[in-house]
Ligand binder design. Structure first.
Ligand code: FEO
Length: 185
């Protein structure tokens, strides 16, 4: 364990990073619930997509954990709130995911604001990965909303919904981005 003098983040930043670590754990749990709901309701593609996304959220949680500990702070694993009850439809399921991402982006931006206000440039820099990630995640889920909207607007919507779901099996977790919105190659 590191002594207090080795700690290179403020108590308030440490607390906010810990909170966001648990927010990411909650995201993983929420996506897991949506994935299982989709599986039980025979939407195998949507289930596959959300199971993978749940794993991705877990890697986000780990990034916070590693960063907090690497800066001489202490990652504190706490309980997380239960996910919402089952959605009533595929549309609601996808809209839930969309809302999760919008909420998470706001939380990420609040942490960026705090790092800037405290002139904690290491944390500010660390958070830029998440700013970029949220651009991708919003694009990913928004793309899912678009596909669903297309599939559900025709008369033959059951067949379309079937192909919508089948298309998601093994679909990439990378959102489609305009080139200049992506900072990395
Ligand atoms: Fe880790 Fe989907 O935000």
């Amino acid at each position: 364990m590191m002594s207090g003098s080795d700690k290179r983040i403020s108590d308030s930043i440490e607390q906010s990073l810990n909170q966001q670590m648990m927010n990411e754990a909650f995201q993983a749990q929420a996506y897991l619930a949506l994935a299982s709901w989709a599986e039980v309701n025979n939407f195998a593609g949507l289930a596959d997509f959300f199971y993978k996304h749940s794993e991705e959220e877990r890697t986000h949680m780990f990034k916070f954990l590693e960063y907090i500990n690497a800066r001489g702070g202490e990652a504190r694993i706490t309980g997380i709130p239960a996910p919402l009850d089952n959605p009533a439809s595929v549309e609601e399921c996808i809209e839930r995911a969309w809302q999760h991402e919008l909420d998470n982006s706001k939380k990420i931006y609040a942490l960026v604001d705090q790092a800037m206000a405290e002139k904690d440039w290491a944390t500010f820099n660390f958070m830029q990965w998440f700013v970029k990630e949220q651009i991708e995640e919003e694009a990913l889920i928004d793309g899912l909303r678009d596909k669903y909207a297309l599939a559900s607007k025709d008369k033959d919507s059951n067949a379309n919904l079937y192909s919508f779901d089948r298309d998601l099996v093994g679909a990439s977790q990378e959102g489609d981005l305009p080139r200049d919105a992506s900072l990395e190659e």
